[in-house]
Design a binder for this molecule. Structure first.
Ligand SMILES: *Cc1c(COP(=O)(O)O)cnc(C)c1O
Length: 482
C-alpha cells in the first residue's frame, strides 16, 4: 500500500500541523532567556506534515497490530484482559499526570494518599503485612523480592547460596535468581503437573534460601501441596517466594500469605487491568510478611497525624530499585480498577476467569491434546502433538489464528509441554467470543487434513507474512514495508 511509508517520507518542507500565535515576549525572547550553550543551532529533524496526515498515519498504524480493543487476545500467562477506559481518564487527570516526581510531600498529598491506599489494598488482597510499589515489572519484582530475602538472611547472619525453582517456571524466575546472586536448583513437576512436597524436601537443605513457586502455576493448575511445601521450606529456615503473575485466578478466593508464602510480586499490568504489551511501562510491586517489611525498598509511603510522607529513614532497607516511585500512572489505573470493582467485583473477576478457561478447555479438548486433563484455574495448556503428526506445529496453528482475526495464544511455554499452546481467555470475554474462538481452532484442525498448506503458510491476511524469526531478532528492521 502506498500509504505504508514512514512519516519522514511523508514530510514536505514547510508543511505544518499546528501554529502558535506570536508571543508577547518578542522575537528575540529565546535568545534573551536561554543561554547560548543550551540553545539548539539546527531545527530538530522532525517530519513536517499537516494534522490530518499525522492523524491518518497513526490511525492506520494502529490498525496493523492486534490489540485488546480490536479482538480476543488469549495470550496465556499475560492476562490480556479488557481495561476499563475510565482508568485512562483517571490516570491522565492533570493533578496526577503533571506532578513532578521531586515535588515536596506537602505538594502531592493526593498522590501519596493514593499510593498508601493502593499498597494497603494490595496487602489486604494477598494477606501480607507491607507492600512496596517501586518495582516496574514482574521480573523486577522478582529481583527485588529475592534481594529482600537475601538482606533478611544476611541480617540473621545466615547467607545461603541456592533457590529452588520448579521446571514449569517462567524464564524470568531463574534469571532473577542469578541476578540476585543465587544458584538455581530445579525441581521436577509430577505427572499431574504440580509440585510434590516430598520432591521439594529432597532438595531443600540449610544452604537453600528458599523456593519460588507460581500459583496457580504456568500450566494453570493450583499447587495443592503448597501448605506442606511451606512447612518443608520453613523447617529448614528457607522462605517462599510467590510469582504472582497468575493472581487473576485467586482474587477474593485465597490469600497467598495464608498459604505460607513470605514474598509475592504483583503484575499490576496483568491482574489490575493496566494496559501492557510491547514492553510498555509495567508495575510489579511486591508484598511481604511483617518479618521482611524492614528490608523493602525505600522510600515507603507512611501516614502520621493525617499527613502522608515518604519515609527514607529505613536502615535495613535494600535501598532504591527504581528512580522516584516506579510507574506512578499504572498505580493510578490499578487503584481506580480496585475501587471500581470492590471486594465482590474482584471475586467475580477471578470466578469468571476460571469459569471461562474451563469452558473453553472443554470445547477444545476433543480436538487438541490436553496433557493435564483436570479442572484448570484461569488458563490451560494444550499440546499440538496430534496436529504435528499431521504436518502442522503449534506455531502453524498460532499463525493461522491470525488469519481468523485473533491474537495467537502463547506457544512453546511452559517448556515441559511438548508443542504447548497456552490459552488464557480472561473474565472479560463473553460466551459468544469463546465459542467463536473455539470454532476457529477446530476449523484450523480440520484445515490440516483438508488443506495443510493454508495452515503451514499462514498468515495471509496480516501486513507482513511469515518472518524469518532468527533474522527478525538479529537484524531488527522497523522500517520493513510488506
Ligand atoms: C509475565 C510473567 C512474569 C514476568 O512479568 P513481567 O511483568 O513481564 O516482567 C513472571 N512470571 C510469570 C508466570 C509471568 O506470566
Amino acid at each position: 500500500m502506498s500509504e505504508d511509508v514512514l512519516i519522514y517520507e511523508k514530510s514536505r518542507p514547510g508543511r505544518t500541523g499546528f501554529s502558535l500565535a506570536a508571543t508577547a515576549a518578542g522575537d528575540d525572547a529565546v535568545d534573551r532567556l536561554i543561554p547560548a550553550s543550551f540553545r539548539r543551532h539546527d531545527p530538530p529533524a522532525l517530519p513536517e506534515i499537516s494534522e490530518p496526515e499525522a492523524v491518518r498515519h497513526y490511525v492506520n498504524l494502529s490498525t496493523k497490530n492486534h490489540h485488546i480493543d480490536k479482538g480476543f487476545y488469549p495470550l496465556g500467562s499475560c492476562t490480556m484482559k479488557y481495561n476499563p477506559k475510565v482508568n485512562e481518564a483517571v490516570a491522565t487527570l492533570p493533578g496526577f499526570a503533571r506532578l513532578h516526581p521531586l515535588q515536596p510531600d506537602e505538594d502531592c498529598q493526593g498522590a501519596l494518599e493514593l499510593m498508601y491506599h493502593l499498597a494497603a489494598m494490595l496487602a489486604d488482597i494477598t494477606g501480607f503485612a507491607r507492600v512496596s510499589l517501586q518495582p516496574v515489572a514482574g521480573a523486577h519484582g522478582e529481583l527485588t523480592g529475592l534481594l529482600v530475602m537475601r538482606a533478611a538472611m544476611i541480617k540473621r547472619g545466615n547467607v545461603r547460596k541456592k533457590i529452588i525453582i520448579p521446571d514449569s517456571a517462567h524464564g524470568t524466575n531463574p534469571a532473577s535468581v542469578i541476578l540476585a546472586g543465587y544458584e538455581v536448583v530445579q525441581v521436577k513437576s509430577t505427572d499431574a503437573g504440580t509440585l510434590a512436597a516430598a520432591d521439594v524436601a529432597a532438595v531443600m537443605d540449610e544452604d537453600t534460601a528458599g523456593i519460588m513457586i507460581t500459583n496457580p502455576n504456568t500450566l494453570g493448575l493450583f499447587e495443592s501441596e503448597i501448605a506442606k511445601i511451606a512447612e518443608v521450606v520453613h523447617a529448614k529456615g528457607g522462605l517462599l517466594y510467590m510469582d504472582g503473575a497468575n493472581l487473576n485466578a485467586l482474587l477474593g478466593q485465597a490469600k497467598p500469605a495464608e498459604m505460607g508464602y513470605d514474598v509475592l510480586h504483583f503484575n499490576l499490568h496483568k491482574t489490575f487491568s493496566t494496559p501492557h504489551g510491547g514492553g510498555g511501562p509495567g508495575a510489579g510491586g511486591i508484598a511481604v510478611t511483617r518479618d521482611l517489611a524492614p528490608f523493602l525498598p525505600s522510600p515507603l509511603v507512611e501516614k502520621e497525624g493525617g499527613r502522608y510522607y515518604l519515609n527514607h529513614d529505613r536502615p535495613d532497607s535494600i535501598g532504591r530499585v527504581h528512580n522516584f516511585h516506579g510507574n506512578f500512572a499504572n498505580m493510578v489505573r490499578g487503584y481506580a480498577y480496585i475501587r471500581q470493582m470492590g471486594a465482590p467485583g474482584l471475586k467475580d473477576a477471578s470466578t469468571n476467569a476460571v469459569l471461562n478457561a474451563n469452558y473453553l478447555m472443554k470445547l477444545l479438548k476433543d480436538r487438541y491434546e490436553l496433557p493435564h486433563d483436570t479442572t484448570c484455574q484461569h488458563e490451560f495448556v494444550l499440546s499440538a502433538s496430534r496436529q504435528k503428526k499431521r504436518g502442522a506445529k503449534a506455531a502453524d496453528v498460532a499463525k493461522r489464528l491470525l488469519d481468523y482475526g485473533y491474537h495467537a495464544p502463547t506457544i512453546y511455554f511452559p517448556l515441559i509441554v511438548h508443542e504447548a499452546i497456552m490459552i488464557e481467555p480472561t473474565e472479560t470475554e463473553s460466551k459468544e467470543a469463546l465459542d467463536r474462538f473455539a470454532e476457529a481452532m477446530i476449523a484450523i484442525d480440520r484445515e490440516i487434513d483438508e488443506n495443510l498448506e493454508t495452515v503451514t503458510s499462514a498468515p495471509r491476511t496480516t501486513p507482513v507474512r511469515r518472518l524469518d524469526e532468527v533474522r527478525a531478532t538479529k537484524t531488527l528492521d522497523i522500517k520493513y514495508v510488506g
